[in-house]
Design a protein around this ligand. Structure first.
Ligand SMILES: CC(C)(COP(=O)(O)OP(=O)(O)OC[C@H]1O[C@@H](n2cnc3c(N)ncnc32)[C@H](O)[C@@H]1OP(=O)(O)O)[C@@H](O)C(=O)NCCC(=O)NCCS
Length: 208
């Protein structure tokens, strides 16, 4: 948690434009961030299959996810202010689709949707990460990596992860999370689909 008390005391005693004070504030903020990160790393993470009645929770998170993605994709909300995710109900009606929510110390922290079938080759045996989203407040604490590992271990076999080339942060995240699962660096391939370039990682999640 951010120590609001400390932060506000510091800013009260600071003289405007005092470089020493501002570097102390910067150090204090960095220190708080390190503590927060360590707390989140040791937090209790639960990755739980989402039940049909939780569909509205996923729909809400997918709005935030789509908003993040509107930085890279030509996505626009409808007149109702929502981006929408039309195939969400299929996650409870079609076999081979698995929706998950994840929770950190009992608090909602993100979602992932996984499904059977490669979007690249059409191979029906390959597992595909359709969507993966960590709420901003939980990022860069290793949570995404832990969640991805847990999901991959639940479904051993060949996996594919597709990421838009413009989404550099996600590309680095997948390179990190896959290599820490498999123990080796996976060389992704570039694939063009509908005029857009994607980076595709293929790897095997082994039965443990
Ligand atoms: C990409 C995303 C899932 C990463 O989740 P996360 O929980 O923050 O990831 P982790 O903390 O496990 O990161 C592990 C490593 O991945 C890399 N990484 C993660 N986010 C990164 C970023 N923004 N920039 C550069 N590298 C990043 C780093 O190597 C990081 O290790 P480090 O923090 O020790 O440097 C999250 O930022 C997100 O939900 N983004 C929006 C949705 C999205 O792009 N999803 C992927 C769709 S393909």
């Amino acid at each position: 948690m951010l120590d609001v008390g400390v932060e506000s005391q510091v800013s009260k005693s600071a003289r405007p434009g005092d470089p020493l004070q501002s570097s102390r504030n910067g150090f204090r903020r960095a220190h708080v961030a390190v503590i927060e990160r360590a707390e989140k790393l040791s937090a209790h993470i639960e990755v739980i299959p989402a039940r049909p009645e939780q569909e509205p929770i996923l729909a809400n998170l997918l709005e935030l996810y789509a908003h993040d993605f509107s930085e890279f994709l030509d996505l626009e909300p409808g007149a109702d202010g929502r981006f929408g995710y039309t195939c969400l109900p299929l996650y409870w009606s079609e076999p081979g689709r698995h929706p998950f929510l994840f929770w950190v110390d009992g608090k909602l922290a993100g979602l992932t949707l996984v499904k059977r079938g490669s979007e690249v080759s059409g191979d029906e045996t390959v597992w595909d990460v359709a969507e993966f989203f960590v709420l901003r407040g939980y990022r860069r604490c290793g949570i995404g990596t832990q969640v991805a590992h847990e999901v991959w271990r639940r479904f051993p076999g060949m996996w594919e992860v597709r990421v838009m080339e413009s989404n550099i942060a996600a590309r680095d995240f997948w390179a990190h999370s896959i290599s820490t699962l498999t123990g080796e660096a996976i060389r992704p391939v570039r694939v063009e689909k509908d005029g857009k370039w994607w980076t595709v990682f293929s790897f095997e999640s082994k039965q443990v």
